[in-house]
Design a protein around this ligand. Structure first.
Ligand SMILES: Nc1nc2c(ncn2[C@@H]2O[C@H](COP(=O)(O)OP(=O)(O)OP(=O)(O)O)[C@@H](O)[C@H]2O)c(=O)[nH]1
Ligand SMILES: [Mg+2]
Length: 451
């Protein structure tokens, strides 16, 4: 006697022993379910510098396993691409003047005093005067995230060092304006502070021509098309675009400008693959592939985004590291003193050899191979990598060189798998992503002791 707790049970629901046993069985069952789920759950982390193509790889996964993009995404990209197309043409015009490139759209006087190039000049003026934010539905384009990115990318008054961290609110503080009240005020603030005013100094020699009012979409599209196809200076400037920051898909936007001008235009798959929306933070996307669930984490790659990466390092099955190999002659958007491949080397070196990924396989995507193959014909790799042994135009030697450069960073024994990719090409990516998912699913089964 004296022992209060009895090990004997009367079998009733009120019996605390029965209740505890049931609760513990339930817990064990749940844990078992969780363990089974984890056995079939694969986690892929997409890492790499900004603009290397991570989100484009994810878009291909969506095309393969999610049946494509939503109507909302298609509308959003339509807005973003239209804005980027106008701004990219404006960038070319302004950069031509900085680089001393003569444009066919510059007005000239003949010896007899006649003005020539009037038609093309008007196209140039239309682009310089276009108010991009009036042209789009900023909310559909992504709201404050879009506006933030727009200001960082296109306002020449934003100091370069601000690009690393600035948010629209920091920019507002710098300008002594408080934009926090509501979205309408933010829009107003952007228009006032960062609208077209900054570009007006560049409208040269037009005093004797009819002033330009806000143009319609059709007029802007026509102007872009004319400048792109008729102005040799614009092409010359485009060919020197490694010397400044220009959207990687600008030529695609210009080639297709008329369709993007339509206000109700719904983007097709290729438009979305070519379009660019910078990733902020990290997105999680789940794909059901056979019995497995593949979770893909897409991380923003610009410097200011990388501090968020570490929170996702735990329990990763494999890292897909994306390198835009074509960018060997380009500088970072965040810091125009740093070569983009040099940045990728430092980044990969740190990740490959970090304690987080001691046993985690790495898959390297040498991406933008399509651009690389064209670029090596005119931009010598040796200018940026003095030890490079190949000749101008030899893309195979170029790819092998960069592949061995990246592989040499591995100071561990873990395997590294390399794929040469063109992330915008759905057919080739289907094959590559099939191989990658097979590999990581096998890897996961091995780890769980199933095979
Ligand atoms: N031609 C070509 N363009 C590519 C390729 N891969 C990506 N792009 C383009 O490069 C741009 C940037 O691609 P994203 O996928 O947004 O780059 P990201 O690595 O996600 O960039 P962050 O989100 O800033 O880290 C987009 O305009 C893509 O269409 C490629 O293989 N070839
Ligand atoms: Mg991205």
């Amino acid at each position: 006697m004296g022992c209060v707790a009895s090990t004997e049970s009367d079998g009733s629901e009120d019996d605390p022993f029965i209740r505890n046993k049931k609760a513990s069985d339930l817990l064990e069952q749940k844990l078992q379910q969780e363990r089974n789920k984890n056995k079939n759950e694969v986690k892929l982390l997409l890492l790499g510098a900004g603009e290397s193509g991570k989100s484009t790889v994810l878009k291909q996964m969506k095309l393969l396993h999610h049946g494509g993009f939503t109507h909302r995404e298609r509308m959003q990209y339509g807005q973003v691409i239209w804005a980027d197309a106008i701004e990219s043409m404006r960038t070319l015009i302004l950069q031509a003047s900085k680089l001393g490139i003569d444009l066919d759209s510059d007005l000239k006087h003949t010896p007899s005093g006649h003005l020539v190039n009037v038609g093309l000049n008007r196209c140039k003026e239309i682009i310089l005067h276009a108010n991009t934010l009036d042209q789009i539905d900023a909310r559909m384009a992504g709201g404050s995230e879009f506006l933030n990115e727009y200001v960082l990318k296109y306002n020449s008054t934003v100091p370069k060092k601000k690009r690393q961290s600035a948010s629209v609110f920091e920019l507002a503080r710098a300008a002594n304006v408080n934009p926090e009240d509501d979205a309408a005020e933010t829009d107003e603030f952007l228009q006032e502070k960062f609208g077209t005013a900054g570009y007006n100094n560049n409208t040269l020699e037009t005093s004797d021509l009819k002033p330009i009012d806000q143009s319609t979409n059709e007029e802007i599209a026509h102007a872009i098309k004319q400048l792109w196809t008729q102005d040799k200076g614009v092409r010359q400037c485009y060919n020197r675009s490694r010397e400044f920051q220009l959207e990687g898909s600008a030529s695609y936007y210009f080639d297709n400008i008329e369709k993007f001008a339509r206000v109700d235009y719904v983007c097709d798959d290729m438009d979305i693959l070519k379009g660019r929306i910078k990733t902020t933070g990290i997105t999680e996307n789940s794909f059901k592939i056979g019995p497995s669930t593949v979770k893909v984490y897409d991380a923003g790659g610009q410097r200011s985004e990388r501090r968020k990466w570490m929170h996702f390092f735990e329990g990763i099955t494999a890292v897909v590291f994306v390198i835009a190999v074509s960018e060997y002659d380009q500088m970072l958007f965040e810091d125009e003193r740093v070569n983009r491949i040099h940045e990728s080397i430092i980044l990969l070196d740190t990740l490959l050899n970090s304690r987080w990924f001691v046993n985690t396989p790495f898959i390297l995507f040498l991406n933008k191979v399509d651009i690389f193959q064209e670029k090596v014909k005119r931009s010598p790799i040796r200018t940026w990598f003095p030890n490079y042994p190949g000749k101008l135009g030899d893309s195979e030697t170029g790819l092998k060189y960069f592949e061995s450069l990246f592989l040499s960073l591995n100071r561990s024994n873990k395997p590294i798998y390399v794929h040469r990719t063109c992330a915008t090409d759905t057919q080739s990516m289907r094959f590559v992503l099939g191989a990658v998912t097979d590999l990581v699913i096998q890897q996961n089964l091995k780890k769980s002791g199933i095979i």
